[in-house]
Ligand binder design. Structure first.
Ligand SMILES: [Zn+2]
Length: 116
């Protein structure tokens, strides 16, 4: 019987998977590390390497990690949910101060979550 993985284990495992995708992309096409696109989720300019096309959206390597962890933990049922959740972040992509603030908030939420 498969053991239920903890959130930390899922994140750790997915980090490896997603990093491997990025390395594979660079191995297949070295230019992909230097070609940039605008991520549909976070709105940042990100290298094509490690990005994935989900339906109409192309997500950067960081957002692919979020998406895959979300799917694995059943926090997301489709990619549209992630896009909607990221909308605020996208709008504030220019504002480093708010981004830092959100990061701290996200870390706090994650920490509180893992205590339960
Ligand atoms: Zn992104």
């Amino acid at each position: 019987m498969a053991q239920k993985k903890s959130k930390e284990e899922v994140v750790e495992e997915m980090q490896k998977v997603v990093e491997q995708m990025r390395l594979d992309d660079i191995a297949d096409n070295p230019d992909s590390a230097n070609e940039y696109f605008q991520c549909d989720a976070c709105g940042q300019d990100a290298p094509l390497a490690g990005s994935i096309q989900y339906g109409h959206y192309r997500l950067c390597n960081d957002c692919v990690l979020l998406a895959e962890v979300g799917f694995e933990l059943k926090q997301l049922t489709d990619i549209q949910e992630l896009i909607d959740k990221m909308e605020d972040k996208r709008l504030e992509a220019d504002c480093e101060f708010i981004k830092q603030d959100q990061l701290r908030h996200a870390q706090k939420v994650l920490n509180e979550d893992s205590l339960n």
